[in-house]
Structure formats: C-alpha cells, structure tokens
Design a binder for this molecule. Structure first.
Ligand code: ATP
Ligand code: MG
Length: 436
C-alpha cells in the first residue's frame, strides 16, 4: 500500500532554488533602493489579533469579508489571523513601541501575506510584499517622494512600461458628502447593480467604483465624482503631488475610479500598473492613510505608504530578461581516499576563509564521476585531491572553463599547487577571467 502524497496548500507555493536565488538578488536591489531613501527595516509577526484587521481594513472589504485566514488559538481562545497585508501590523507596532513619538519614521518590511482568494496567475493565497511606510509626515512631499521611489525602481530594474495611476480620496467629510450622492445615484439605478454592489450600496458605496464587473462599467463611469466635493486643502495637496511628478518627468494618468481595496486611505492614492501581467496588472499600490493610527487607538499620526507584490514584480522581470541564471560557486572540490578526504575538508574551509564559494563533493564515487558533477556545477575551477597529492600537502588546480580564455591571452592549465597557495591561485585565476 502506498501512502498518499501530501501536497502544499492550494495557492501557497514553494519558491524553488532557481526562483529563490533570483528573489534574493531582487531583495538585495530592493534593500539598497530603500536605504537610498532613508527607509529602515522592521520585522513584524505573521500572526496578529483578528480585531486588528477588522478595525484597520474595515468590515465591508473583500479582505475582511472573505479573504482572511482566521482561527481560534486552541490554547487560549484568542482570535488570530494570518496577516493579509502589512500596514495594519506596522501601524500597530508603531503605536505599541511609540515609534513616531519623537521623529517621523520611514519604515519597510518584507514577507508573506495570506488571502483566501481564487488562485490564478499573479494571484495566490500566500504571496509576498515589500511594504514601505512613512509615519508623521503631513505634507504632499512624502507622497510624491514615495511615488518617485517607484519610478526609480522600475527604471533601475529595466522595466519601462509600468505606468502610474493617480487619484485623491480627499478627507472623510468630503467623502461623506460624495457618499450620499453616490448612494442616491446607485439607488436610482438599482436594477443595474450586481449582487456585490447591492450589498455594498449602504456599507461601502465607494467600493462599487472599484468593481471589476464589466456589466457595471457604464454605470460606474456615469457616477458622481468625489473630485467635485474636494475642498481647497485637499485640492492643494493633490496638485502639489502632481507638480513634483511633473518636475521629475514622471508621467501619470488621473483615474477617479482608483479607490483601493482597503478602507483606510485618504488624499493621495496610486497604483503602478503593467499591461504585461494580464488581469493582475497592479505591481504596486499605496497612498496616504492619515487616520489609521488613531483608528487603532494611537495618538493622531499621519502616514503614507505602498506595497509591492513580489510575485508580480518577479514575473515582470523574468519576462523582460528571459531565463535567470543561477550564479555558480567558485570551486568544486573533488577528493578520493581517506587521507585525501580529510585534507580536502580542511582545504574547503580554508578556501571559504578566503571568501571563495566551495561545493565540497559529498557521497564518494570515483574521480571520473566526481569530475562530471564538477563540470555540471558550472564552477570555473575544480580542486582535486587524491592520496598522492595529500601525501605531499598539495592539490591539483584544474580550470574548468578555459574556453573562456583570459584577459591577457594566457591560458591557465592544470597544475599541482601547495594547499596553502591554493586560495591565491584560484583568486588570481577568477580575477583574470572576471571581465569575460
Ligand atoms: P488586487 O486588486 O489585484 O486584488 P489589492 O488591491 O487587493 O490588489 P493590495 O492590498 O493593495 O492589493 O496589495 C498590494 C499589492 O500586493 C498588489 O498591487 C499586488 O501586487 C499584490 N497582491 C495583492 N494580492 C495578491 C495576491 N493574492 N497574490 C499576489 N499578489 C497580490
Ligand atoms: Mg485583492
């Protein structure tokens, strides 16, 4: 009888080495980019109390209504949820540790998020975000800076066709006037509303504007606009953001239907969208959320942030670059015989002391089969130690990729080297081949 194989949970993917190696490179780029703007890292729990999300995101949202992985801690009865996004937890941490009391803060975090959605390309149940949040900056300058950050990142990554959509949600009072008009309008057209819209009509009518249902688009296009209810301050904030973008030469499209899936936004909202990702085109989304900290019981603290969907960004990069090559190690260490293997283990550590990446052959086998593995590893150098070499404290240095040639036209050939000179020989060889 064979046991049934256990598979990963639907929509929760293993990130295998080729992809994970690529993610690590991407994360390095992202960290450098965040540092360039003075953002500092934060590591947050993956599980938070369920009420945090209900209060932060809003009861009448897709996430809270149907996408959260919530459970009761069987040991103490506490209601817990796997985080569906990072902003709520970040704001909670800022409040809990009084982070923004003295200075405004620029913060970021990386990590998995969980939403019970229908898995499809670019949409998973466990996915990853880079979250970028600034607390305590009231002006439009920080909104604009965060948008410019995005523009720089796409540019640095060689992704020219990600476009910017921009809108303002005004302030709560302005929204509530608009809301009343919106409800009246949709009530007049009640027969054309789909089930979701009917349900949201009184709880969250703004979200109807976000509907992806094609049969509702004409109705939505004719709906009253929030823009007509904005006061002087909101308008000034919005035009200042636009001014910075124009000065920096970052093109954008004003999209009055951009309302974001979460309730906590006000003033500036934006999305970076690619048309190369099919229906899941938004790579990055964010905006201002001045009320959230207070809504969670903290002292009034304005804030602004955005999140990048890592799977979608990685898909775009793959699409642009084709196959991403894994970086090989520097050295494959081949060894046979008892004395040789003991020396080889020491040599491997010694080479690592000199900063070289070493694949130490494990699992025995004759020289021929080990050399095949060395070739397949992609390493530019094999080091071979047999009992002959071990007896005199030497190793054989063998360049594996001489076809590449060297800068000065010389070709390194296989030779015996004292083990204590090995690191130097290899480093010089790699250096000579470096520019190929
Ligand atoms: P969508 O409209 O695509 O559902 P959203 O408004 O729910 O997105 P946000 O909560 O703003 O998304 O999350 C920010 C970013 O995280 C998105 O722009 C997207 O790149 C990514 N993202 C969101 N949900 C998923 C998911 N289920 N799978 C993969 N990436 C996701
Ligand atoms: Mg969503």
């Amino acid at each position: 009888m064979s046991l049934q194989k256990i598979q990963s949970v639907r929509g929760m993917n293993d990130i295998l080495p080729d992809e994970a190696e690529f993610w690590e490179l991407l994360e390095e780029t992202l960290r450098r980019w965040l540092k360039m703007y003075g953002y500092r890292p934060l590591r947050l729990p993956i599980v938070e109390p369920t009420p945090l999300f209900k209060r932060a995101i809003g009861e009448a949202t897709d996430i809270v209504e149907k996408e959260m992985y919530s459970f009761i801690d069987s040991l103490n009865g506490e209601a817990l949820t796997l985080r569906p996004e990072g902003t709520a937890g970040c704001a909670r941490a800022v409040i809990q540790h009084n982070l923004a009391a003295q200075h405004a803060q620029r913060l970021y975090y990386f990590g998995p998020m969980f939403r019970h959605e229908r898995p499809q390309k670019g949409r998973y149940r466990q996915f990853h975000q880079v979250g970028v949040e600034a607390f305590g900056f009231p002006g439009p300058d920080v909104d604009a800076e965060q948008i410019l950050m995005g523009a720089r990142l796409w540019n640095d990554l060689g992704l020219p066709d990600i476009s910017l959509q921009l809108n303002t949600l005004g302030q709560a009072a302005e929204r509530s006037r608009h809301r009343a008009e919106l409800i009246a309008y949709f009530e007049d057209h009640r027969l054309h509303l789909d089930d979701d819209a009917q349900r949201r009509l009184h709880s969250n009518p703004l979200r109807i504007l976000d509907s992806k249902n094609p049969t509702m688009q004409a109705l939505i296009d004719g709906a009253p606009r929030l823009f007509d209810h904005l006061g002087e301050q909101s308008l000034a904030h919005f035009s200042s953001v636009q001014q910075v973008l124009r000065d920096a030469g970052v093109p954008f499209t004003l999209n009055p239907r951009l309302v974001r899936g979460l309730d906590y936004y006000n003033l500036t909202v934006f999305e970076w969208v690619s048309d190369r990702l099919g229906a899941q085109g938004t790579v990055c989304a964010g905006g201002r959320y001045d009320g959230l900290v207070q809504q969670l019981g903290g002292k009034p603290t304005v804030a602004c942030g955005f999140a990048i969907g890592v799977e979608r960004l990685a898909a775009l990069l793959r699409d642009a670059d084709g196959e991403v090559k894994a970086l090989p190690v520097d050295v494959y260490l081949v060894h046979q015989g008892e004395a040789a293997s003991r020396l080889a283990a020491r040599v491997a550590e010694n080479l690592r002391d000199h900063g070289l990446d070493v694949l130490f052959h494990c699992g025995g086998g004759n020289f021929k089969s080990q050399m095949k593995k060395a070739d397949a590893s992609g390493a530019p150098v094999a080091v071979i130690i047999g009992d002959d070499e071990a007896a005199v404290g030497e190793a054989t240095f063998k360049p594996l990729r001489n076809d590449l040639g060297t800068d000065d036209g010389t070709i390194d050939s296989q030779r015996r080297v004292k083990v204590d000179q090995l690191a130097e020989e290899i480093t010089q060889h790699l250096f000579r081949q470096d520019d190929d």
